[in-house]
Design a protein around this ligand. Sequence first.
Ligand code: 5GP
Ligand code: ZN
Length: 139
Amino acid sequence: MSQDCVFCKIVRGELPAAKVFEDNEVLAFMDINPVMKGHTLVIPKAHHDPITKTPPKMLRKLITLVQRIARAQVAALQADGINVSQANGVTAGQIVPHIHFHVIPRFASNEPHRNWTPATYDSPEEMNDYAERIKQALT
Ligand code: 5GP
Ligand code: ZN
């Protein structure tokens, strides 16, 4: 637990939240500023951050709940699509430094959503070089 962390405060009941699901280890609740109505956050109750330091066992629990929330958004809200987003670090746009997955329902009546602009590699060799560097660092 982190004293000042907003999501730890929600876990401790010190801040209100519209909860969707909780068990001993994980919690899903409404994002207070939804990208789309129904936007849900999935977090561990223990303070973990970022994804690189979160235990794989916890990540499995989190992604399983993400899937359940996505299925519920399709069933209950008639979502036509779902975005799952997860940011690590200020550079990546993260605001709350307690690992969380955004589960965002999307609807055919809205504009198609893309949150990044595709670019290109300078050459196939450059792409292979990036692949090789990541491959060599895998643990
Ligand atoms: P990030 O940018 O860190 O990936 O996303 C943090 C998210 O937490 C934002 O979408 C923001 O709206 C949400 N958020 C921040 N503070 C609160 C809060 O006190 N309650 C709830 N329910 N959501 C919050
Ligand atoms: Zn926290």
